[in-house]
Design a protein around this ligand. Structure first.
Ligand code: HEC
Length: 214
């Protein structure tokens, strides 16, 4: 029969020690916690000299401390470990954050085309460069976590994870469109720049049509 060990002994054994000498005197129970609230009375296992008593007491104290530390570490490790649901929620929020940034940078550019934002070729170019930098995060984040099995607030269609190549290609198209637009804006011509906005924005809509809830 496997004799259950008290937490101190278990820990000592894991650490390579052998503090098993009080085993028979420990209040062993097969159902409840063997070492619940009341630690073993050191007196019950100590019979020899004072010197030895002191040593055994400090060994008990040390192993109790170790057991406590072990339990604490286990508890805090459990607390810090996110559940798969929490990971899915976090992954969804992160990718939506990227889309918010894309949208923020695109907002000024399309505003310039509509005439609601003052034309500034340098800002148009800068924002397009930012979009080219951010867009590769789309495939990265969707590949990192498939959230289909979880209840998350999302407009991402499940189809994405069945058609990763096509989805990723649309992100590459966006990078190319952003680079092309940035080059046009760099030349500084207002008419040419605003005329290029529709094609640039089309790279966003082209993915939404297939992969995002309407
Ligand atoms: C490769 C596909 C793809 C491309 C390219 C793309 N999007 Fe999206 N977009 C999505 C998907 C999928 C979602 C839904 C994300 C979710 O809810 O989990 C989304 C969501 C959004 C959202 C909503 C974010 C939120 O707050 O939840 C905005 C805004 C957005 N996209 C703007 C843009 C803009 C602007 C561009 C172009 C600069 C763009 N997207 C390019 C696929 C794409």
């Amino acid at each position: 029969m496997e004799i259950p060990l008290c937490p101190s002994c278990q820990l000592s054994r894991q650490l390579g020690g052998s503090f098993l000498w009080h085993m028979n005197t420990a209040p062993v129970s097969s159902t409840g916690p063997i070492f619940s609230s009341k630690p073993i009375e050191p007196q019950s296992v100590i019979s020899s000299s004072n010197q030895e008593n002191k040593m055994k007491k400090s060994i008990i104290a040390a192993s109790l401390l170790l057991a406590g530390a072990g339990a604490f570490l286990t508890a805090s490790a459990q607390q810090q470990e996110p559940t798969p649901e929490q990971l899915a929620v976090s992954a969804t929020e992160t990718r939506q954050g990227v889309f918010k940034l894309l949208s923020y940078n695109m907002g000024a550019i399309s505003g310039m085309a509509r005439g609601t934002v003052e034309f500034d070729a340098a800002i148009a170019e800068r924002n397009a460069n930012r979009i080219a930098m951010l867009a590769p995060m789309i495939p990265e984040l969707f590949a990192a976590r498939d959230t289909r099995a979880f209840t998350v607030e999302t407009e991402a269609l499940p189809l994405i994870w069945d058609s990763m190549d096509e989805f990723n290609q649309k992100a590459v198209n966006l990078v190319n469109a952003a680079n092309t637009f940035a080059e046009i804006a760099r030349a500084g011509d207002r008419t040419a720049t605003t005329a290029a906005v529709r094609a640039f924005g089309g790279a966003c809509g082209n993915c939404h049509e297939t992969f995002r809830v309407d």
